[in-house]
Design a protein around this ligand. Structure first.
Ligand code: HEM
Length: 512
């Protein structure tokens, strides 16, 4: 039978769509919407302060302003200025059709990372960018998979592993040899990056890349180190600016072959290490000598931890030495503390006792937090304790799927927490006694995050940075900065998700 279709007019189609939408909305309003309203009412939630943008531009003006600041290496500063101008600690931002909450309120961060941990996940972005390179591991997974990784890895971060000062000494010897001690200038930042790669690969793979050795490592390790750096830079976005361009415009259709090639080099290298470990019945061999270290890290976790632990520690060392090279008084005071070792190599226990050294590291991580910003996505409808209403003192409702972002860079500079001199580098604030009030902080200070996902390598990083700093102070009696610039972040040019000093950490170091 032939059915004669009478095509709906355009208006009729529109009306039908509107009716369908209205019906869906009524259904949603009386089910999900009602549950959300009940939750918001139960906690007396109020709406947060919003950052004003030009109407109808969908936040394009804010986006452009942030982009300009990023290009000028002022993104963190620019964000802080906006926060101070808004006069509140939690805001809602709408940017290119997406709305998220940004906060510098310790109570809110504590809720996301600890007390309401189960309501939050990493969000899709981290997974999209990182899983093809890192695979599923501690850094890229949530829920039961993450918990499994965390439990499996924890035994590798016990005191005997993270306090292996003999290993640090082997690498610091190569570092000292790479620094000209005859008054010639040295750029310490790339040396710290090489050092932290060499240390991290020895800790994780049982075999160091040894990029600081006179040969620069074997051909295989050199290729691995180069490819790993290339991937980090490409993620950072600007060193390989064309790649990001390709990534955005063409990469939607064409894979980025060059980057994929680098992934393959890194993956092949790790696979070969794992195979060798199996052949050696679970033991790696160092160059020329048998190692007594078992192969403790599961293959798929190796890159997750290398990513989390390598550049972070190098950035901490660079930031600490930036300040040391500019502040004679801090240098002198630290030299006095180091001299209590009478020239002996420090032990793990002695490093922990060095209060001024620890204050310098704390202060560096306060002003230049290595992971300056972070975020989580709500995986269920939930509530943040503060930020709603005129005074920002009421809870706010956050629906499933919404992102919450926080800036440590800004929170660590809050004058109501750290005092009027919050923007100054003053390690004494961490000391008890005449010079400082022995700053006690909780969720106001989070360089290593907090809660169940707190950085698992915190002790390792602090021991490494302490050991290297003390040993360099023992080898060199003076330092002179040759870079007149103030500190600013290198982002977006290099590893942009970390706070790395932009510029050459060029110094004269004089041998003892
Ligand atoms: C100064 C150096 C370091 C800083 C500032 C730092 C900071 C952080 C931060 C903020 C996080 C939380 C990331 C997030 O959940 O979004 C984190 C996680 C992590 N860090 Fe570190 N980190 C440092 C060094 C290290 C080192 C040396 C290692 C290992 C050798 C390491 C291993 C990890 C791992 C595996 C995670 C993921 C933990 C989890 O999700 O359960 N980190 N780190």
């Amino acid at each position: 039978m032939f059915l004669d279709h009478c095509p709906l007019s355009f208006i009729q189609t529109l009306l039908s769509a509107a009716c369908l939408y209205a019906a869906y909305y009524v259904y949603w309003y009386s089910t999900t919407g009602a549950t959300q309203r009940r939750l918001a009412a139960l906690h007396a939630c109020k709406t947060p302060h919003k950052w004003r943008t030009t109407p109808l531009l969908f936040g394009l003006d804010l986006f452009y302003d942030s982009y300009k600041a990023l290009k000028a290496h002022r993104a963190l500063e620019n964000f802080a200025t906006r926060f101070w101008a808004s006069g509140v600690n939690t805001v809602e931002i709408s940017l290119l059709g997406k709305t998220f909450v940004s906060t510098i309120e310790p109570e809110n961060i504590k809720s996301v990372l600890a007390t309401d941990f189960k309501s939050w996940g990493l969000g899709e972005e981290r997974e999209k960018v990182m899983v093809p390179f890192l695979g599923e591991g501690i850094f890229t997974s949530d829920g039961a998979a993450w918990q499994h990784s965390r439990e499996m890895l924890r035994p590798n971060f016990v005191r005997s592993q993270v306090g292996d000062c003999e290993m640090f000494e082997r690498h610091v010897q190569l570092l000292i040899r790479a620094i000209p001690g005859d008054g010639e200038m040295a750029d310490l930042q790339p040396l710290f990056q090489s050092l932290s790669l060499d240390v991290a690969t020895e800790f994780l793979f049982g075999q160091s890349t040894n990029t600081l050795s006179p040969s620069g490592g074997t051909a295989e390790t050199k290729e691995f180190a180069r490819a790993f750096d290339h991937v980090m830079n490409a993620w950072g976005g600007q060193d390989q600016g064309w790649e990001m361009f390709v990534g955005v415009l063409v990469g939607l259709f064409l894979p980025n072959w060059r980057l994929k090639g680098e992934y393959r080099i890194v993956h092949d290298y790790v696979d070969r290490l794992v195979e060798r470990a199996v052949v050696n019945r679970g033991r790696y061999e160092y160059e020329g000598e048998n190692s007594d270290k078992g192969f403790a890290f599961p293959g798929r976790e190796l890159l997750n931890i290398l990513l989390a632990g390598r550049d972070t520690t190098a950035a901490l060392l660079s930031n600490v030495w930036f300040e040391l090279s500019k502040r004679q008084a801090v240098w002198d005071k630290l030299q006095r503390e180091v001299s209590s070792l009478n020239g002996e190599f420090p032990t793990f226990e002695q490093l922990k006792e060095m209060k001024f050294l620890r204050a310098i590291l704390n202060e560096s991580l306060r002003l230049y937090p290595i992971v300056p910003e972070n975020s989580r996505m709500a995986v269920v409808d939930t509530v943040l304790p503060l930020g709603g209403g005129e005074d920002g003192k009421s809870p706010i409702f956050v629906k499933n799927g919404k992102m919450v972002h926080w800036s440590l860079y800004v929170m660590h500079r809050r004058k109501d927490i750290y005092g009027e001199d919050a923007e100054e580098f003053r390690p004494e604030r961490w000391l008890d006694g005449e010079e400082g009030k022995g700053l006690r902080v909780g969720w106001e200070y989070l360089p290593f995050n907090g809660g169940p996902r707190i950085c698992i390598g915190q002790q390792f990083a602090l021991t490494e940075a302490s050991y290297i700093t003390v040993r360099l102070m023992q080898e060199f009696c003076a330092i002179e900065s040759k870079d007149p610039e103030p500190w600013h972040p290198r982002a977006p040019d290099y590893h942009s998700f970390y706070t790395i000093y932009d510029g050459f950490l060029i110094s004269y170091l004089s041998p003892q």
